[in-house]
Design a protein around this ligand. Structure first.
Ligand code: AMP
Length: 939
């Protein structure tokens, strides 16, 4: 690089003739795309001084200005430097000075003073040494042009420049941002870091506030440690600066117009954040430590997983704070937080992200170890999932439970390297310098608001105790803990600093400690900015306590259904459809006018239209949700001429609810977690996630296990999310047949969620409407069909939509003589139609077919009603397509037993138990299918 830049420089020095044209051409190319010129030239152009002080003006800079600038470098060098040096030498040194500046911007963080314990040994970066660039002690006294370095005047003595660079880039802040390709962003960060040399000029009040934060953080942990020795609290000690940092972030955000902040964090430091930021009463926490609990309904959760909500006063007005409930999984809460933020932003109609801000707090091992972090970064700028950027804080205590970072935790230089995939700036900061911490906190908020992108703060700290307080960390980290034992606390270090600089007296510092301890003794909220929560966002009261009550009324007059049917079938003529899609819409017109019975896609779309007409919001994501994996939905229509999109569902009424149907990123875990977060913050409308194939939901198993199925019981958080999981044995092999129904059924208890297998278009219509109209907000898991989407028997009439409701059980539909029936077959889903067709074909009159459309909660009364006329029957069968160890057989048979007559037998007709969900050979599949149908029908 260095030879290259020298050559280029020397060749173009004094920019005349051909050389100036050459440089101009390159500069033009650089303006269009900085990556199009070689790195040597990028350094030179990046370092051109700002015209009129703002980087935005740079692209408009006239070429003559560039030429003039290069000339001035040489001139200044001659005037201010040694008159004996030649032009070429001055030019060469000047370029090296620019390189030195650049080296600090790029690599200063690698030699920054980041580790409070000073055990993180890093190689010296030679490019940060002036000698590396050929700049010697004589040069130190010379004036050089400082290019775009935003401190001091246009020129500086090299000695001063080096000092300024070291202070800015190698002090307590290691700013990593030169991986960002956008020049404006880089310049913006430089403008924030360089003028003040990476430090703020804090007033006494600011400094006192920062110390108060450290005082509270330490005071709280010491108090808990003394009062409940040995109890697990996952102490923050060592990372105490998190508390003043959070306060600065919230202050800054509130000042800039943020109304809500949603926080996600794992257990480390959580109790401290709960008490010292969110204002949870210490007395409540102490009660929890003492084992008392007030929650008589749910299972509750350990105290360091609890969420909390409050309001917090800032100079810009009150900010609502919500700390998300969190399972033990360290990172999965991040997409949940993002979903919650997106729901709040959508409700507020804010698409910049300004009004609601996410903060996620990570551990250093987890942020680099857990794939969900990558997924969440990947979502951060996409249409369906963006939230205007998030503030991501790493509490980097340099140890993973007992695992050493150096060899065993990661393969990257920093734990935060993953953030570079979205070009997020990363501010590493020494947690023992709380002013630097406060400075980056403010910088991060401003960056997020300015660029609507993620930003990372890597709070480099340590962990004073073991992973928890019962642990003995010296067993595995002897040297680190020998050092920690001797290391003063962050509060002590900062208090001593403020005393030494005469900002505070030692008596004031001591009083602060005592006052805080007294406040904890008092048990009341210790956060002076705490304000009682106001109803700022959404009222959950209509939904809280709403139970399994089927007395809701979701019926719509038939005229209204017909009107909506016309609306969803209309496509402007100018919007040219692909021929297969055009055929589907032609059929829809026929369905709307009553010429055809309704198919699945039509009824499903009608359900959405009816919800929107009620002014409620709908959000659907999934990998192919616009079209539908199986080509049935076509809610987003792509114009074949210009690729524009048209959504009939957005055009059903002048005033209607908003609808977003967006194809998601190719992930299940983060998307489902996001939608869970969305649905737990948005009770009014319908939030729906569709899997491409149902079995892929297992990539999101943690979300299903730890949030969806148990969130209400653990945390009292309701969630009306609907999951559409394509399921059905169509001979597609082990991977695309089963949505693993058995897994969901196994998680069902306490009426925690609904598991449905609708078999007709009318059923899917009513099921979706019920999910919104009924005030109960619990997850709905749907085994949704594939071949039934186009099955000639799976059709419904407009009347069935208008007059019916969701049937948890569908009894026999053919007119059988009940007294001739000697076998009743229960089944769910598509196998029903195969049984029906075969029975009709064989002319059987002795087998009745009963569809269980809702497997959980099992509808005992409706099942009993459907069976009433078969009380004489002794032979009952459950028929399923899945292998015997899968499907509903094991989890639901006790329900079937409970509704059949006393003395009757229940047997199984289905595939044999199998390790794989389905076979891959079409012939074998067909043979198995035939055999299970025969067995169910006694053929
Ligand atoms: P938040 O905006 O998340 O801080 O919630 C404010 C309040 O609304 C909470 O304290 C709860 O009382 C209630 N709330 C929020 N989300 C839910 C939910 N998913 N289920 C039940 N209540 C909720």
């Amino acid at each position: 690089m260095h030879q290259g830049i020298m050559k280029a420089w020397l060749e173009s020095s004094h920019l005349n003739g051909a050389n100036s044209t050459y440089v101009e051409e390159m500069y033009e190319a650089y303006q269009v795309d900085p990556q199009s010129v070689t790195e040597d030239w990028r350094v030179v152009f990046d370092n051109l001084p700002l015209v009129n002080g703002t980087s935005k003006d740079v692209p408009e800079a006239a070429h003559s200005k560039v030429r003039d600038y290069f000339r001035s470098l040489a001139l200044e060098g001659r005037q201010k430097g040694s008159p004996k040096v030649t032009d070429h030498e001055v030019d060469a040194k000047q370029v090296k000075v620019l390189q030195l500046i650049n080296a600090h911007r790029f690599r200063g963080h690698q030699n920054a003073n980041l580790d409070p314990l000073d055990i993180w040994k890093r190689d010296k970066v030679s490019e940060l040494d002036p000698a590396f660039h050929g700049l010697d002690s004589d040069d130190m006294q010379r004036q050089f042009n400082t290019g775009s370095f935003a401190h001091g005047g246009e020129t500086m003595k090299l000695e001063d420049l080096v000092k300024a660079l070291k202070t800015t880039y190698c002090g307590s802040i290691g700013a990593e941002y030169m991986h960002i390709t956008d020049t404006d962003e880089k310049r913006w960060i430089q403008q924030r870091l360089e003028p003040s040399l990476g430090a703020a000029n804090y007033s006494k009040a600011d400094k006192t506030r920062i110390l108060e934060g450290l005082n509270a953080a330490e005071g709280m942990e010491k108090y808990l440690g003394a009062k409940f020795p040995g109890a697990k609290r996952f102490s923050l000690e060592g990372g105490d600066a998190l508390v003043p940092m959070m306060r600065e972030i919230i202050y800054r955000a509130g000042d800039a117009g943020t109304k809500e902040v949603v926080i996600g964090m794992a257990h480390r430091g959580r109790l401290n954040v709960l008490v010292n930021i969110l204002g949870k009463k210490p007395s409540e926490l102490f009660d929890e430590f003492a084992g008392k609990h007030s929650d008589i309904n749910g299972s509750g959760d350990v105290k360091y997983h609890q969420g909390f909500s409050s309001d917090f006063e800032t100079p810009g007005g009150n900010v609502h704070l919500a700390l998300a409930f969190n399972p033990s999984h360290l990172e999965i809460v991040n997409p949940v937080v993002m979903g919650s933020v997106r729901a709040r932003l959508d409700r507020r109609g804010c698409d910049t992200g300004r009004q609601v801000m996410p903060i996620t707090i990570h551990g250093d091992s987890a942020i680099t170890g857990q794939g969900i972090v990558q997924e969440t970064f990947n979502m951060s700028q996409t249409r369906a999932f963006r939230v205007g950027g998030s503030i991501r804080i790493v509490v980097n205590n340099q140890v993973g439970f007992t695992t050493n970072l150096t060899e065993d935790v990661r393969s990257t230089e920093y734990c935060t390297d993953i953030a570079k995939m979205v070009q997020a700036p990363i501010f590493h900061v020494n947690a023992d310098d709380p002013e630097a911490v406060a400075f980056v906190a403010q910088l991060a908020v401003d960056y997020r608001n300015e660029f609507k992108r993620d930003v990372v703060i890597d709070l480099v700290c340590y962990r004073r105790h073991g992973h928890n307080e019962a642990d003995e960390p010296s067993a595995t980290q002897p040297l680190m803990y020998a050092k920690i034992k001797k290391h003063p606390t962050p509060r002590k270090i900062y208090a001593d600093r403020l005393i030494a600089e005469n900002t505070l007296g030692s008596d004031e510092v001591t009083a602060m400690v005592n006052d805080y301890r007294d406040a904890l003794d008092g048990g009341d909220c210790v956060v002076k900015e705490w304000r009682p929560m106001t109803l700022h966002s959404v009222d959950w009261s209509p939904y809280i306590g709403a139970e399994w009550d089927d007395s809701y009324d979701a019926k719509l007059p038939i005229d209204r259904v017909k009107h909506l049917a016309e609306k969803i079938s209309y496509v402007p003529e100018s919007h040219k459809l692909q021929s297969r899609v055009a055929k589907i819409y032609k059929d829809r017109l026929a369905m709307a006018s009553g010429e055809k019975l309704l198919d699945w896609g039509f009824a499903e779309t009608l359900a959405y239209a009816s919800i929107l007409e009620d002014n409620k919001r709908i959000r659907i994501t999934g990998q192919d949700s616009g079209r539908g994996t199986f080509f049935h939905r076509h809610a987003v229509l792509h114009n074949q001429n210009d690729a524009t999109a048209y959504m009939p569902l957005r055009n059903i009424a002048d005033e209607q609810g908003p609808i977003d149907i967006t194809d998601s990123v190719l992930s299940e875990a983060s998307v489902l977690a996001f939608e869970y977060g969305y649905a737990t913050a948005e009770p009014v409308g319908l939030t729906l996630w569709e899997a491409q194939f149902g079995d892929f939901a297992n990539c999101a198993q943690v979300v299903i296990d730890q949030f969806l199925s148990s969130g209400e019981q653990k945390w009292g958080r309701l969630c009306g999310l609907t999951m559409l999981l394509p399921h059905g044995y169509e001979g597609q092999g082990p991977e695309h047949s089963s949505a693993r129904l058995e897994r969901f059924l196994q998680l069902c208890a306490n009426h925690n969620m609904q598991v449905c297998v609708p078999s007709t278009p009318a059923q899917v219509y009513h099921m979706l409407r019920r999910q919104v109209v009924r005030p109960m907000r619990r997850p709905l898991v749907v085994m949704s069909p594939k071949s039934l989407l186009r099955h000639p028997l799976a059709v419904s009439s407009m009347e069935e939509l208008a007059e019916g409701s969701f049937q948890n059980i569908i009894g026999e539909i053919d007119e059988l003589n009940a007294s001739k029936v000697d076998r009743v077959v229960f089944c769910s889903g598509k196998v029903y139609f195969e049984l029906l067709e075969r029975r009709r074909k064989e002319g059987l009159e002795n087998v009745a077919l009963i569809r269980v459309e809702q497997l959980y909660p099992f509808p005992h009364e409706e099942a009993a009603a459907a069976l009433a006329e078969y009380s004489h029957v002794k032979d009952f069968v459950w028929c399923q397509e899945e292998p015997q160890n899968q499907g509903a057989w094991y989890c639901s048979q006790h329900h079937f037993w409970s509704v059949i007559p006393a003395g009757a037998q229940l047997s199984y007709a289905g595939r044999e138990a199998s390790a794989a969900p389905a076979c891959g050979y079409p012939a074998l599949h067909a043979q198995q299918q035939e055999s299970l149908i025969n067995s169910a029908l006694k053929l």
